[in-house]
Design a protein around this ligand. Structure first.
Ligand code: NAD
Ligand code: UDX
Length: 490
């Protein structure tokens, strides 16, 4: 059994929070402390009202209720947690760089580097450092270099034998948001990459023992450290590639009269292809797919593999095309202008059952409609108005301009313009009242159960619905009188 009794996790975000909550739930004998420099986030994790945790995730409140205060703690005391722990997870954000070398492509490792420096600075005994964040291949080497160098820094080299020893492991996270608790409890696999030496193997065993408290041993996969790091980028690239592939076919379906859901069903029955991740949509979002593929592309260019880089970059370009196609269809259908027209958005999150909006297709579609001065009225069951305004404001500063299909002469909107054109509602019926069109951006289950007859009565005619998730029943909706435009239906 594991000799680990104290774990720290740096980064209390969408990954750090849920993963550590599940470790604490499944390992009552291990004290798990999750730390973050964002004091508000930590305060939110310590909320008595479990409906107000910073991450909305089905099943998470129950897990937190069970473990918090028992062996699960959320704190801003980063140093204290590092000092105490035998094993430290780094679960900080690794966004795409927005400046300097690799801008718009490479992963920004500054937060990870800071963690490594802080651990090196504070540690007085041996530590196992676990990369939980998604990182470019060979980052473990950089972390090791920092840990080793700083461990010597200013300390008496004569005491070399008493200096703390560090083991670095790669343990990428494969959870998907909206199903995180289930994904963690019943993981397809837990992947651990370790350095090829005795200390590495010992650390790998210690982490495997933690997971073995609930994950069957045969699902705990161990590899060399570079393979583990690269597996994470590859998994996300393959998953996103399936979506871009079916979305590419959706465009052809619309021209030819084929139905993309029928095509997906037919090909998915081939056991070699399989049915999952073939749902055509307005485009994938989320904090991972685009960032990780761009990071992979950057690595390929760095290692002078331009053909490989171009191959994967096309997955992101096709996704940009899909979002653009959806926005353009709205404008084209509404007689070539949406200026001054009320367009209702159902959904802002990047997928259902999460309050996360990072890279959500809704942001890009809204941005394009706002260029034409549409009046956008948004309803999302879990996303706040401030988040929505913040997303649009952020995009004005960080629009990627490398894609020919979206690099049209976009002009940046001011925060005031955004707030005058975009209204956020607490009620879907208010958002939809007197709208020229409805666009469905997220596949929230509740949208299907709305009183669509009432919505129709209160919309302007012709009443258009652009179903970016293909969730509505065509027969029902068109028999009410709606003009329904779906993805990939000719
Ligand atoms: P996040 O932004 O939700 O959380 C990261 C947290 O780290 C933030 O709260 C931030 O304040 C904190 N932080 C940053 N630097 C810090 C420091 N020096 N000390 C203490 N705290 C610090 O990010 P996330 O979605 O949880 O993602 C974290 C990592 O996991 C990323 O590398 C991501 O690629 C990877 N990942 C994410 C998902 C996902 O579904 N979100 C899935 C798998 C892997
Ligand atoms: C993804 C990976 O699935 C997960 O393993 C990894 O750890 C993090 O990145 P996540 O981004 O949380 O997880 O959600 P995911 O379910 O993969 O959906 C990503 C995007 O693709 C969403 O916008 C979703 O709506 C879209 N999607 C997904 C489709 O458009 N069609 C599909 O068939 C599946």
């Amino acid at each position: 059994a594991s000799n680990i009794t104290k774990i720290a996790c740096i980064g209390a975000g969408y990954v750090g929070g849920p993963t550590m909550a599940v470790i604490a739930k499944q390992c009552p004998h291990i004290k798990v402390t999750v730390v973050d420099i964002n004091a508000q986030r930590i305060a939110d994790w310590n909320q008595i009202d479990l409906d107000r945790l910073p991450v909305y995730e089905p099943g998470l409140p129950e897990v937190v209720a069970e473990a918090r205060g028992r062996n699960l703690f959320f704190s801003t005391d980063v140093e204290g947690a590092i000092r105490e722990a035998q094993m430290i997870f780094i679960s900080v954000n690794t966004p795409t760089k927005t400046y300097g070398v690799g801008k718009g492509m490479a992963a920004d490792l500054k937060y990870v580097e800071l963690c490594a420096r802080q651990i090196a600075e504070i540690a007085t005994d041996d530590k196992i450092v676990v990369e939980k964040s998604t990182l470019p291949v060979r980052t473990a080497q950089a972390i090791r270099t920092i840990l080793d160098a700083a461990a010597t820094n200013g300390k008496d080299t004569q005491l070399a034998t008493s200096r703390p020893k560090f083991a670095v492991l790669s343990n990428p996270e494969f959870l998907a948001e909206g199903t995180a608790i289930n994904d963690l409890l019943y993981a397809d696999r837990m992947l651990i990459g370790s350095e090829d030496n005795e200390d590495g193997k010992r650390a790998e065993q210690a982490l495997a023992d933690v997971y073995a408290n609930w994950v069957p041993r045969e699902r705990i996969v161990t590899t060399r450290i570079w393979s583990s790091e690269l597996s994470k980028l590859t998994a996300n690239a393959f998953l996103a590639q399936r979506i871009s592939s079916i979305n590419a076919i959706s465009a052809l379906c619309e021209r030819t009269g084929a139905d993309v859901d029928e095509v997906a069903h037919a090909i998915g029955m081939d056991s070699r292809i399989g049915p999952k991740f073939l749902k055509s949509s307005v485009g994938f979002g989320g904090s991972c797919f685009q960032k990780d593929i761009l990071n992979l592309v950057y690595l390929c260019r760095h290692f002078n593999l331009p053909e490989v880089a171009d191959y994967w970059e096309q997955v992101v370009k096709l996704n940009d095309y899909q979002k653009h196609r959806f926005a353009k269809q709205i404008i084209d259908t509404l007689f070539n202008t949406v200026s001054g027209k009320k367009i209702a958005f159902l959904g802002w999150a990047f997928k259902k059952d999460t309050n996360d909006t990072r890279e959500s297709a809704a942001i890009y579609v809204a941005d394009e409609l706002l260029q034409d001065r549409a009046e956008i009225h948004v309803y999302d069951p879990k996303v706040t108005a401030e988040q929505i305004y913040g997303d649009l404001e952020y995009l004005q500063k960080h629009r990627r301009n490398d894609n020919p299909c979206t690099a049209t002469q976009f002009s940046a909107l001011s925060a005031v313009e955004i707030r005058s054109l975009v209204t956020v509602h607490d009620s879907p019926y208010e958002a939809l009242k007197n709208a020229h069109a409805t666009a469905i951006l997220t596949e929230w289950d509740e949208f299907k159960g709305y009183d669509w007859q009432q919505i129709y009565n209160n919309m302007l005619k012709p009443a258009f619905i652009f179903d970016g998730r293909n969730i509505l029943n065509r027969k029902e909706i068109t028999s009410i009188g709606f003009e329904l435009k779906s993805i990939g239906k000719g």
